[in-house]
Design a protein around this ligand. Sequence first.
Ligand SMILES: *[C@@H]1O[C@H](CO)[C@@H](O)[C@H](O)[C@H]1NC(C)=O
Ligand SMILES: *[C@@H]1O[C@H](CO)[C@@H](O)[C@H](O)[C@H]1NC(C)=O
Ligand SMILES: *[C@@H]1O[C@H](CO)[C@@H](O)[C@H](O)[C@H]1NC(C)=O
Ligand SMILES: *[C@@H]1O[C@H](CO)[C@@H](O)[C@H](O)[C@H]1NC(C)=O
Ligand SMILES: *[C@@H]1O[C@H](CO)[C@@H](O)[C@H](O)[C@H]1NC(C)=O
Ligand SMILES: *[C@@H]1O[C@H](CO)[C@@H](O)[C@H](O)[C@H]1NC(C)=O
Ligand SMILES: *[C@@H]1O[C@H](CO)[C@@H](O)[C@H](O)[C@H]1NC(C)=O
Length: 499
Amino acid sequence: MFCMPIIFIFQLIFFSELKQSYAEDFNLFGEAGQAYSIEISIGHPGQKLNVIVDTGSATLAIASYQRPDNDKYFHLKNSTSIYDSGQEIQAQYSQGTWVGKLVSDYVHFPSMPNVTEVRCDIALITKSHKFFMNGSGWQGLLGLAYLPVGAWGDNVIVGSWLDSMDHMLNKPMSFELKLCSVLGITNATHYGNLKILDDQISNKSFMFRTPVLRKRWFVVGVLSVHVMSDTMSSVASKLKTGNNATYTNITQSQSIYEINEGLCQRLNEQKSIVDSGTTNIRLPDDIFRQVVNELRNAAQTSNVLILDEFWYHGEAACWPEPQRWSLPRLAIHLLDFDAENQYFTLELPPQNYMRVVSARNNSGTGGSVSEFCYKLGLEAGGKETVLGYTVMEGLQVVFNRSAGWIGWRTSNCGPNATISGPYNTSSSLLVRCQLIEPLSDAAISIKAAQWTLFVISMVALGVLVYLLTPCIKMLIMKPLPRSQQISLSQAALVEQEGT
Ligand SMILES: *[C@@H]1O[C@H](CO)[C@@H](O)[C@H](O)[C@H]1NC(C)=O
Ligand SMILES: *[C@@H]1O[C@H](CO)[C@@H](O)[C@H](O)[C@H]1NC(C)=O
Ligand SMILES: *[C@@H]1O[C@H](CO)[C@@H](O)[C@H](O)[C@H]1NC(C)=O
Ligand SMILES: *[C@@H]1O[C@H](CO)[C@@H](O)[C@H](O)[C@H]1NC(C)=O
Ligand SMILES: *[C@@H]1O[C@H](CO)[C@@H](O)[C@H](O)[C@H]1NC(C)=O
Ligand SMILES: *[C@@H]1O[C@H](CO)[C@@H](O)[C@H](O)[C@H]1NC(C)=O
Ligand SMILES: *[C@@H]1O[C@H](CO)[C@@H](O)[C@H](O)[C@H]1NC(C)=O
């Protein structure tokens, strides 16, 4: 395995840039490198399992066979309430496939006692390929997207859990994801909260809303992804107000980022989706390169020298101490729900995109070294744009399924992500970015649509491969006072090690 050498010449500062969160009830958690999962109880008597909360698919799918690396799975024979349809179904994700059978049973969530127990379709996975990862702390997926992205089979439509609930309660329900990332710098386990919201109990608090352009995945209009300059980010950072949504009062004099048509058309050429089952921000190849080049240059400017394997090839970079990044914010412009010539901006600090993948404090225990490893929260993804959970950390995100919008506001936990806007542009962004490419949804049967969708590229689970055996041979120079400027050539003298 290739090992990534790291050169490190930056003052070490012990310091957490994470917001404190008090007395928080978390019902989502994820091991380092894995997506957020929730405990689910299936059948009577209830069997408790963990499932990834996935806005990139629509099926509740659970392991129902013993795997060599995980002895937890759903025991079909133990449930007295199960209904077995006998029908075979399958699904293909961007990574991994499974086959299984369609059953229905009762489902509830122990951490959400107010959410009614419902009977719903479940895909019991009987065989899989590259779907479960060795050591993963979860046994299935809870798909929260719209029906056309469910699993498929011959003349079978697998209903989603949320649809079953809407149906039973006879009213639409929305949900909110509040992802908090890690709670401290010395433990890479991350936490969050899933809430089911009743649409009829309307919430008056302000949110920036982006329309769901197509109700399959959560397809949204991503107008730009770029690295912010200091002047650009200063406005919103100053106005950051903790718990409440930040509404930046933009005056005309403040320059407004002009949307680049070429860029926004490429970002949405295939589709742009919001997918909690994916870890990273996945961008079309050329845009990925451009954004990462800028980040790398910014890092060099602030004397953080990290090798290209980290930036371009998804390798982990490790240090003996937790890092405080002096890197710019990443801006993501999203189309505004209220007017088609408006957009707003998610501003993500480095704590979002420099993801902690392992944290081990061994000081004091003698012998072994401490190590704190990071991976870049961006990856190249062909023609697609996927806003993985890296984008949601530090924010509260409401998925209003029936009204077709996703609402964003700041949160009291996680990285210090902010939102600014809305910004006006001179003409319709729908038109300029070609966001309304006609897709004859109605013309194709659901089954055909599912087939095509799955074959093209089913989303989710960029998650899985985040695997942690980072090669950790890093070398450290003595910390230098910050004022002391070092040239890169000097830095290059630092010895490297590899395996
Ligand atoms: C399933 O039922 C058997 C026999 O009733 C019991 O021994 C076993 O512990 C049960 N397994 C689970 C996962 O509930
Ligand atoms: C799974 O991981 C464990 C420990 O991390 C290791 O001992 C085992 O060999 C792995 N199994 C497979 C099939 O890779
Ligand atoms: C991180 O925290 C979790 C839960 O508090 C704990 O189970 C785990 O062992 C911790 N990991 C490390 C590396 O300390
Ligand atoms: C979803 O949108 C509908 C229509 O605008 C609104 O009535 C409802 O309150 C919204 N739900 C949530 C949870 O905000
Ligand atoms: C925005 O700024 C203008 C001029 O400074 C001020 O009059 C107005 O009240 C502000 N609006 C908000 C919502 O803060
Ligand atoms: C690591 O552990 C040592 C001893 O337990 C402690 O003094 C030190 O503050 C810890 N470092 C961090 C970054 O938490
Ligand atoms: C921005 O556009 C909205 C909707 O088109 C309009 O109501 C508003 O007055 C515009 N604001 C500015 C500052 O131009």
